[in-house]
Design a protein around this ligand. Structure first.
Ligand SMILES: [Zn+2]
Ligand SMILES: [Zn+2]
Ligand SMILES: [Zn+2]
Length: 139
């Protein structure tokens, strides 16, 4: 396994005051190693830990604002790393998720403009934008 992603995983866990369990280190480093958001089944295949541990580890990482998830068009859950704007206080993403219909890759993309939605009677606390189309590699 790529050692720079292991080093990254350990440092982010330490920074957030979390124990560097082997499950957490391997989950974070696998996600970091993957280009784009990693589908759950690939994550499961690439790590030698049982389902329950993987499930608990992912939940904890999402709760701590280290990892976030999104649903793909195939109803698969995809996981990606968060930036510094996320933490145990919550997630705050300024990016959208794009899934390519040809290679199925899901990626986190920063927008070049802000999305504004007018919904006067409601308080919007969380917004997730999922776009589908053709990625630059498949164009
Ligand atoms: Zn996040
Ligand atoms: Zn593609
Ligand atoms: Zn994302």
């Amino acid at each position: 396994m790529d050692s720079t992603s292991v080093i990254y995983a350990k440092s982010i866990l330490k920074e957030r005051g979390l124990k560097q369990t082997s499950a957490r280190v391997s989950v974070v480093s696998q996600i970091r190693n993957y280009s784009g958001a990693i589908p759950y089944h690939k994550l499961q295949k690439s790590i030698d830990i049982d389902r329950t541990t993987l499930y608990r580890t992912l939940n904890k990482l999402v709760e701590e604002g280290i990892v976030h998830k999104t649903k793909g068009k195939d109803d698969e859950t995809y996981y990606a790393l968060c930036g510094h704007e996320c933490g145990s206080h919550g997630h705050s993403h300024q990016h959208i998720h794009f899934q390519c219909r040809i290679c199925n890759k899901v990626s986190c993309e920063d927008l070049h403009n802000e999305i504004s939605i007018a919904l006067p009677k409601y308080i919007i606390e969380n917004m997730e934008v999922n776009l589908q189309g053709v990625c630059p590699d498949c164009k």
